[in-house]
Every structure is written in structure tokens, then in C-alpha cells.
Design a protein around this ligand. Sequence first.
Ligand SMILES: NC(=O)C1=CN([C@@H]2O[C@H](COP(=O)(O)OP(=O)(O)OC[C@H]3O[C@@H](n4cnc5c(N)ncnc54)[C@H](OP(=O)(O)O)[C@@H]3O)[C@@H](O)[C@H]2O)C=CC1
Ligand SMILES: CC(C)(CO)C(=O)C(=O)O
Length: 310
Amino acid sequence: MKFAIIGAGGLGGYFGAKLAAAGHDVGFVVRGRTLGALRTGGLHVIGESQIDLPTVTATDDADDIGPVDAVLLTVKTWQLPEVVYHLDRLVGPSTLVLTMQNGIRTPEQVAELVGREHVAPAIVRVYAKIDRPGRIDHMGGPGTVTTSTWDTTGTPQIEAVRAAFEASGIGSPRVDDIWVDLWEKAVYMIPYGLLGALSGLPVGGLRTTLRAEFAATMAEVAAVGRARGVALSGDVVERTLGFADSMPAQATSSMQRDLLEGRPSELEALGGDIVRSGRETGVPVPRHELLYSVLSLWEAIARQTPGAGR
Ligand SMILES: NC(=O)C1=CN([C@@H]2O[C@H](COP(=O)(O)OP(=O)(O)OC[C@H]3O[C@@H](n4cnc5c(N)ncnc54)[C@H](OP(=O)(O)O)[C@@H]3O)[C@@H](O)[C@H]2O)C=CC1
Ligand SMILES: CC(C)(CO)C(=O)C(=O)O
């Protein structure tokens, strides 16, 4: 299949490398130092996976790639407005755009740009980060991507993407309702990012020292999801805690790392959207209100003193 990967960071570099190593036609849309690194040294994955691709196709202009079967959209949520030009050039009549970001609104945001018929919400469970441009550290996790059409039916295109993933060593289990899966991930990721950033604790600390708070914060996300009509199961918090229990104790989330290291973060798309969604649906989310306001203050301070972190 022909894939375009927008961004070659933790997610784009890892999944793009897996697909390219399996022989798919993969073009990376990147910029700056990443473009130079991919063109001169290729793409490499270290850590739990070892992949060395001495040459890869990389460009900073999606016009060089043209319409593809599937786009893996792997920039951060706040970087989405910057890639509209590329999406326009990569999306043809039957292209799927996999929205791989954390966040409850990304599929809607991308649908406003390309139309719902092209959006395949994609839920990703992996730990990966940039070691340096062109070199991705795969730290672990299940390494899966679930995806489907907007109305959660399977189409031949979706099945082809899932088959390409599976054949490349990327688990892509079929799910009954992609929106349930998206919110289940949110129940995990949002409290993990927010509480992890505030406390500085990796998942091992959140699930022990802060277990009750972790669970209560998860319950707020689940309540908002249900109020939005998502059929989350009654035991979602218990199961999510069980999943957290199975993760490596030292693992941190991408938003937590960004906030702690003073980089722009996805606080708005995670904490901010739960607070706004809570207000819209009338669901009280006091923990998110507090976490979001404190962390917003940090971000504002970090913006004034770049690199200051916490
Ligand atoms: N990392 C993880 O383990 C997981 C991440 N996620 C989600 O995936 C998304 C991506 O996260 P992650 O991979 O960690 O982020 P990274 O910051 O590692 O990667 C994003 C990449 O996108 C590139 N990029 C941004 N804007 C452009 C542009 N206009 N043109 C070309 N390239 C661009 C960035 O390049 P540059 O350096 O030039 O800015 C960067 O390399 C987030 O929403 C995150 O929440 C979900 C599950 C797991
Ligand atoms: C928590 C985790 C690793 C789960 O895949 C994630 O989504 C992230 O770090 O952004």
C-alpha cells in the first residue's frame, strides 16, 4: 500500500519504520532537522524494536508524494493547523486519514479539513519518543493501532489498512465501536498525562501512591464520555487501572514528558477539552478543573522562560 506519514516523531517514526521495513511504499512528510536526518542517514528505531532503514523517502512538500491510500497523521494536536497544505495534496477520492493523536476532538477537527468520509479515527497504544531526529526510541507498550470508519463499520479500505498493519507487525484488533475505544484510551491517557505532570510520577507511582486519585480522575473522563453518548462499560475504570498495572513502572506519557520538560504540550486537547466537555454536558469534573488550571499556569510560566520546565 502507499502510505504518507506526516511527522516522523515518536509515533510517525515508529509506525512508518515498521511499514517501510515490511515493504510498503512509505513517504515521510517532515521538516527542518528531521528532513536533513532522514535524507542523509535514513530512519532508525532503537529500544524494544531494532529497525535500520538506511534510505527512506522524505520531503517537506507533500506534492512530491501525491495522493496515497492512507495518511498516518502523527503531529501533535496543536500542530494540526500547520499540515493543512500537506493533507490537501495527499488526500485523493479514496484516501483514509488516520488520526493517531490522543485527544477526544481530533477526528472532528480533521473531518472539518478533509470530510468525515476520509477520517479513520485511530487509537494507538505504544510508548515511543524521539531520541534524536531520524532515531526513535521504542520504549514498549502493546504497539497496537485500532481503526475504523467514522460510523464504525469496516470498509475494504479499512480492512486493507488493518491487514497492512498486521503484516508489518503492528497489531490492529477489530473493535465493535471505535468511539468507545477512543474514550477508553482517553480514560487512561488524560488522567495519566495530567496527574503524571503534576506529581512527576511515572505510571508505577500513579497506580500505587496516587491510586485513588488516579481512579477518581479516570471516572470523571468516563462520566463525560457517557454523557456524550459513548457506551462505555460499567467497569471501564477498573479495567483501565488493570491495564495501568500491567505497564512498566517507569513509563511516562508523552504529555507528561512535554510538560515536565518545558515543551509545548497537548494540555488543551486533553485537560482543556474534558473541562469544556464537562461544562457542555453538565458533568462535574472538579479534578480536571484543578489540574487544568494549575498546569495551564505552568505552561504560561514555561512560555515566558523557555526550557524552564517545572
Ligand atoms: N509518543 C507516544 O508514545 C504516543 C503518542 N501519541 C500521540 O501521538 C501524537 C504524536 O505524538 P509524538 O509522536 O509523541 O510527537 P512527536 O513530537 O515525537 O512527533 C511529532 C512530529 O511531527 C512533526 N511535525 C510537526 N509539525 C510538522 C509539520 N508542519 N510538518 C512536518 N512535520 C511536522 C514534528 O517535527 P518537528 O520536530 O520539526 O516539530 C515531530 O517530529 C500526539 O497526539 C500524542 O498524544 C499517542 C500514543 C502514544
Ligand atoms: C500513555 C501512552 C504511552 C499510551 O499509548 C500515550 O498515549 C502517550 O504517551 O501519549
